[in-house]
Structure formats: C-alpha cells, structure tokens
Design a protein around this ligand. Structure first.
Ligand code: AMP
Length: 419
C-alpha cells in the first residue's frame, strides 16, 4: 500500500514525500483510516513502529480541513500528552515536518526550562499542543491554556506515564477536557492498570495491535553475556573493540551509575556522554545532538531520560544493567532497529540479575541467545539472602560515610571562606 491510497490531503502527501516515506507502516495503514473516520483508538505499539505519524497525520488533516474557513487566533484543537520532554520535542518535530505545507500552528511545552518562550507561543495561538503533564497543568493553572476547544486528545506512552507516577496528573487533566471528543490512547504494553485507565478515556475504541502484547520487535537480534559484577567493565571494553559498534545506546539503572560508566569509558579514550534527570534540558539536548552526529560514540542513559530518543540509524543497545521490570527491557531494545531496520541488543548479566533475565524471557516468550565466546564468563554465584542483607548494610554504611565526608569538607571550606 502507498500513502496516496489513504485519502490524505495533498499538502500532507507532499510533506511525506519530502520525508522519503514511501509505504505506510502497518500501524499507519490500520490507524490512519480509523482516525480519519473519528474513531477512538486503543493502540498497543512500541516506539519504532511509526506510531507518531499514525496519530499525527490524521490529526493534522482533521484540523486543516476544519480550519479551512476559520479566521482569528487559533485555539487548541488537539492536545498530545507524553511523559518526557525528549519525546514531546520529537513529536512536535514530526508535526512540523508533516504540516510544513499547511497553515497549522503547533507548539511544545515541557518542564525544566523557563516558561517565558512557551507562554509567548501559546499567546499567539496554536492548533496542536504537545505537552508533558506537569508543565501543562501548571500553565493551565496560570490561565495560559484552555482545553475547552479540544477535539482530539492523544495520550502517548501511557504505560511509561504511569511508571513515572503521572496518574494523578492524568486524572486532573481528564476533568478539564470536553467530554465530546475523539481520544487516541497508545501504550507499548497493556498491563491491567493501563487497560483500566484506557476505559476511563476511550469510548468504543477500535483496538490496534501491531505486535502482540509485550513481544519484542522482530527486527532486533538479542544477545546475552553472562558475566560477573566485577568483570562487566572489562567485558564492555572488549565488546567496544568492534568498530561496527560506532553508535551505542547504553542503559544504566541509576543516574550515578550512568555518570560512572561514562567517566570510565572516557578514561579509556572512548567518547561517551551521559543523559539523565539531573542534567539540564540544554545539556541533554546538546549530548543527544552530538550522539546523533556520531561525535559521541556511547550514550549512557537512564530509562527515563532515554524514553524519547529516536535515531533512525541506531543499531546497538547495550543493557549494562538488566532492568528488574521486564517491560523496561522491551522499551529499551525498542530503541534499536527502528522502522523496520535491523537492530542489535546486547545484555550484560551479573549473577544478581539472572532472575531478571528469567522474567524477561517469560514476558517475551523467547530465549535470548547466550554468547559463548565470552572472555569474562560468569563464575560467581548469586548472593544468598544473608549475603544480600550484609551487602546492603555495607552499602548503607559506605553511603553514610560518603555523605559524612562530604559534609565535613563542605563545612571546612565554609569556615575557610569566613576567615
Ligand atoms: P515512531 O514509532 O513514531 O517513534 O517512529 C519511528 C521512526 O520511523 C521515526 O524516525 C520516523 O521518522 C520513521 N517513520 C515513521 N513512519 C515511516 C514510514 N512510513 N516510512 C519510513 N519511516 C517512517
């Protein structure tokens, strides 16, 4: 099938041609006609399937057609809510590309930056507003946004939204939206709480499932190295000797862990950068840009910060730490092999994480290929419950020692300054 069989208007077809999109992806083929017919949608789709265009294109078309004879300041006719700033920016970038030959106005708002520039754009009027929940409610509270004209409400990455604790924000938001509206609801996974939330939002939705619930993208080859906690670093350096791995997204569990890995790689002359919630929005954008331009080879990210990363050419995802939630694994590896391109995921598993691998394999209903050619194989045993308790105590003690020393040093330098 081609895009011109989907009843799209000329300016959108022209923009898609510029983007070099030839055939719609399966979710686009299914969703675009249903959305154009004003159905509500319950979409189970991972990133990389083309879901952004699947909801953005018919929404743009609806607004362009309904605004044909309208004059005056644009009002918000479509609201797109998404959990992270990166994702919000990316959706807005896509809307810009698909609507470039129309008069549609759109903007994006997110927290972590001053609100002035965002408010200026809102004052001039927009048809499509892309937003993260916190800043959206904040600016609604300040009277800069009204949702009373919203005709199409889109909730993207709903499962991640709940993981990030946005449920109360979503409930508040629902009270502010007109009841007579079209709603499109997308989630990579469909656990029970997501289905319940979708019932509060949608009316007689059409269900679209581009890959079965929680299955991993077919185009991604998944490999697993069993190793020890102490040998992970060396194993990573060994793997990075492969020049094929020229653009690698590496996942760490914590912000401190991400910084540590990036620092270690840099000390070995491997260009690396970290993005996580403690970095400013500008720093994150800058690092991401360098990674896309391949001046940074390894981007170390936490799950939340990596949420919106969309790089067409990304082939390698490394799970430096195995996530304890199997759904997170599905999200992570979905970053590679986007839009049908081949991707490779490599997981480095230490004894304490063996159980997580078992959970992941159960969820994806598939065995991950174990690489036997491994110079640092797993020889340690997982800790017993008793050892785990002792290790946690020891970690606590080290943490307290670290903070006590830091406070001591701070006090010392304050005293010196006073003198
Ligand atoms: P998404 O799943 O929305 O994050 O999209 C994944 C990637 O696929 C993005 O980089 C899009 O630009 C790209 N893409 C979306 N639709 C198509 C299409 N029909 N043909 C080629 N690439 C596409």
């Amino acid at each position: 099938m081609k895009f011109d069989e989907l009843n799209l208007i000329e300016p959108i077809l022209k923009a898609l041609e510029d983007k070099k999109y030839i055939n719609p992806t399966p979710i686009q083929e299914e969703a675009i006609p249903l959305i154009l017919k004003k159905n509500d949608i319950l979409g189970c789709a991972q990133t990389g399937t083309g879901k952004t265009a699947a909801f953005a294109i018919p929404t743009i078309q609806h607004i362009v057609q309904s605004e044909e004879n309208q004059r005056g300041k644009p009002v918000v006719k479509s609201l797109i809510v998404t959990p992270t700033r990166e994702l919000a920016i990316q959706i807005d970038d896509n809307i810009r590309a698909y609507s470039k030959y129309t008069k549609l106005r759109h903007t994006v708002i997110f927290g972590g930056v001053k609100q002035g520039a965002q408010v200026d754009k809102l004052r001039r009027g927009v048809h499509i507003l892309v937003a993260t929940p916190g800043r959206l409610l904040d600016l609604i509270g300040q009277g800069f946004i009204s949702l009373k004209s919203v005709e199409v409400f889109i909730l993207d990455e709903a499962d991640r939204m709940l993981d990030m604790g946005f449920i109360h924000d979503i409930k508040k938001l629902l009270k502010l939206l007109p009841t007579n509206r079209q709603s499109l609801f997308f989630s990579a996974t469909m656990p029970k709480n997501i289905v319940e939330l979708s019932r509060k939002i949608l009316r007689n939705p059409k269900k679209i499932e581009v890959s079965p619930v929680s299955s991993t993208a077919e185009t991604i080859q998944q490999y697993l190295y069993y190793t020890n906690r102490t040998t992970k670093r060396d194993l990573l350096l060994h793997l990075l000797k492969d020049p094929e791995m020229d653009q690698v997204l590496l996942f760490a569990r914590t912000k401190r862990g991400a910084d540590r890995v990036a620092k270690n790689l840099k000390s070995r002359n491997i260009n690396a950068g970290a993005i996580h919630g403690d970095k400013s929005q500008n720093q994150r954008q800058k690092t991401l840009k360098q990674f896309k331009a391949k001046s940074i080879r390894v981007l170390v990210a936490t799950d939340i910060a990596a949420r919106g990363i969309d790089i067409d050419t990304l082939r390698y995802v490394v799970n430096y730490e195995i996530p304890n939630l199997p759904e997170t694994y599905v999200h992570r590896i979905g970053r590679a092999g986007r839009a049908g391109k081949e991707g490779i995921s490599i997981s480095l598993c230490e004894p304490e994480e063996n159980a997580y691998i078992r959970d992941i394999q159960k969820l994806i209903n598939k065995k991950i290929t174990v690489v036997e050619d491994n110079p640092y194989p797993q020889t340690d045993k997982p800790m017993t419950e008793k050892e785990k308790k002792e290790w946690n105590k020891e970690k606590q003690r080290r943490k307290q020692e670290f903070f006590a020393n830091r406070n001591k040093n701070k006090n010392k330098s304050n005293n010196n300054r006073r003198r």
